[in-house]
Design a binder for this molecule. Structure first.
Ligand code: GTP
Ligand code: MG
Length: 572
């Protein structure tokens, strides 16, 4: 129920359009009733051969209702869909605003296909909310009231028949259909999500699936989910057909009852025979308002299930909060970690334990250590992707928490271990680091990253597409593109996490030289498994299981004859 309240809340700003849509909907059905009433009356009157002038008004009525029905139907569709799409776009904006701060920490809890299904399918499901859930009962009530009054002018028993039919077809049948189809709405929403997850998963991992001969198995799983989904949809189609025929039966029954009562009244002289056909056909056409009611509970259930999934995203709390509004200055930035401890989840072992170090303004620090030692975790804290549990992290003399996250990220140029390239051109992929970069700047960055010659060798040069996730490039080329991005961004703080991974020794040396030049005047944090070029660092931290086990300059560490020295010996 809470979910629906949230949706209603989103619809409230459009209450004027909503009322207009409801009025238009009532007018459409009223025109239909009017057309039937006027035509039946015209036929009955004409049979008595009155002077043609007596029929003029009715003839005009038939023409009017015939045309107005089409016009009102068009306008009603137009306004109702307009409202619906406005609400959908609001939901999309709210969803995006909620998702952005969740990245990346909280989003790890959602699978990408599931996420896609929430953003696309669950939002789209909400288009039924006004059209198929809220509007039909209102319209039916108004028609019952209006046409009931019209019937009461002839005999109140006609109105009672109408009310009884509306009660059965508007409440009884939907209730029965709801009981028969309990849970289908939920299942459809969940199966759609599951299907999207399976398809997205297998598309992302298609190379592995083919290489390990698992493609067929995955396909079978997807097929099975699809069959389950179709089963549920078939059940809904059956229920929909059943409800339509039941409402049809009630309409016919209503028509007969009105006719029988009418004949009785005509015989008794209490009703003019000319009105008989009109009352019966009018009643029959008023049932048009009842047909959409049967599936209201089903749509409501589906809307609720989808809204629940949307709210799960919207209500999810980001791990880090944007509390501060400070902006890092470009001058005087130093980074201080003071007794910082951090773990990803409550029950997991500490990723970082009592970590303390300082990188002075324009200082250069390297962090080395075995895989899983916690090196990338330091960057995750620095970029405010995760929240540290204890200790203090300072940037330029202020706690990281006092800054706006966006500004912190703006002042850090980072090459991560997993570079994502967008399915766009090389130039566009570089421009995400600096959208306003000029052609010269882009070329300069590519040259520094030793990528320029390769790009020129491509038929379309900088406008070549890199493919989904950059699959048209080699691992090393992707890495160099990431380095070019950082060179282009030219932020005051430089963070390189295994930036040279995948580069051959010669290129690595060349690119490193360029990067070292860039490092001049920048605060730099380098994480590397390859222990080359570390002589230039002010300090090297050797990390092991979240703790700093050795620290010092290259020479100092060699003299200590500890882990660093052993690692170097092993590598050489
Ligand atoms: P390499 O990149 O392999 O050299 O390791 P690293 O030193 O960068 O390790 P990292 O900081 O990524 O990980 C430290 C520990 O945290 C490891 O035990 C990981 O299993 C764990 N860890 C890393 N990322 C996550 C995460 O997103 N969620 C959870 N729950 N644990 C994580
Ligand atoms: Mg790492």
């Amino acid at each position: 129920m809470k979910n629906i309240v949230w949706l209603v809340h989103l619809m409230l700003p459009y209450w004027r359009r909503i009322i207009l849509a409801l009025i238009l909907s009532v007018l459409t059905i009223s025109s239909h009733i009017g057309l039937m009433v006027a035509s039946a009356y015209l036929l009955a009157r004409a049979a008595l051969h009155p002077p043609i002038l007596d029929l003029m008004i009715t003839i005009v009525g038939v023409r009017f209702f015939g045309l107005s029905r089409a016009v009102f139907r068009y306008l009603e569709r137009y306004v109702a869909h307009d409202v619906t799409f406005r609400v959908l776009s609001q939901i999309r904006v709210k969803l995006y605003q909620a998702i952005e701060p969740l990245a990346p920490a909280r989003l790890k809890n959602f699978r990408s296909g599931d996420m896609l299904s929430r953003i696309v399918a669950d939002v789209e499901t909400q288009q039924n909310l006004f059209l198929r859930v809220f509007a039909p009962p209102f319209v039916a009530l108004l028609i019952l009231f209006g046409y009931g009054l019209f019937l009461a002018c002839y005999d109140v028993r006609f109105s009672l028949i109408l009310a009884a039919c509306f009660l059965v077809a508007g409440l009884g049948i939907p209730w029965g259909i709801k009981a028969l189809g309990q849970g289908i709405g939920h299942r459809i929403v969940n199966l759609k999500a599951e299907l999207a997850t399976q398809v997205a998963d297998s598309l992302l991992g298609i190379t592995e699936l083919v290489a390990y001969g698992q493609a067929q198995e995955h396909l079978d799983k997807i097929r099975q989910t699809n069959i389950n989904l179709m089963d549920q949809q078939r059940r809904i189609a059956r229920l929909s057909a059943l409800s339509a025929s039941l409402v049809g039966m009630v309409s016919n029954l209503g028509l007969w009852l009105v006719l029988i009562l009418g004949i009785y009244l005509v015989e008794k002289g209490n009703l003019n025979g000319v009105n008989l056909g009109m009352l019966a056909l009018g009643t029959f056409s008023s049932f048009e308002a009842l047909f959409p009611l049967a599936l209201v509970p089903h749509h409501l259930e589906q809307n609720q299930a989808a809204a629940e999934r949307l709210l799960e995203l919207i209500k999810a709390k980001p791990v880090t909060k944007d509390s501060g509004h400070l902006s890092p200055q470009s001058e005087g930035l130093d980074i201080v970690f003071q007794d910082v401890s951090f773990r990803y989840e409550q029950h997991e072992p500490w990723a970082l334990k009592h970590l303390s170090f300082r990188i002075p303004q324009q200082g250069k620090v390297a962090i080395i250590g075995s895989s899983g030692a916690g090196k990338t975790s330091i960057i995750n804290l620095l970029l405010r992707f995760w929240e540290y549990d204890a200790g203090r992290v300072e940037l330029g003399g202020h706690s990281l928490r006092e800054y706006s996250q966006e500004d912190i990220r703006g002042s850090i140029g980072v090459v991560t271990q997993r570079t994502h390239l967008f399915n766009a051109t090389i130039k566009e992929n570089l421009q995400i680091a600096k959208p306003e970069a000029t052609e010269e700047e882009i070329i300069r960055a590519a040259q520094q990253a030793r990528l320029h010659d390769f790009i020129l060798s491509l038929p379309q040069g900088y406008d070549s597409l890199v493919g989904e996730g950059g699959f048209a490039l080699s691992g090393g080329q992707r890495q160099r593109l990431a380095i070019a991005r950082v060179l282009l961004k030219n932020a005051p703080i430089l963070v390189l996490d295994e930036a040279m991974a995948g580069l051959d020794s010669l290129t690595e040396r060349e690119v490193m030289n360029e990067v070292y030049q860039l490092m001049e005047g920048h605060l730099t944090l380098v994480i590397t498994h390859r222990l080359i070029g570390l002589e230039k660092m002010d300090e090297i931290l050797v990390l092991d299981r979240g703790r700093i086990v050795e620290r010092g300059t290259h020479e100092g560490l060699l003299e200590q004859r500890g882990l660093y020295q052993r690692m170097r010996e092993y590598l050489s």
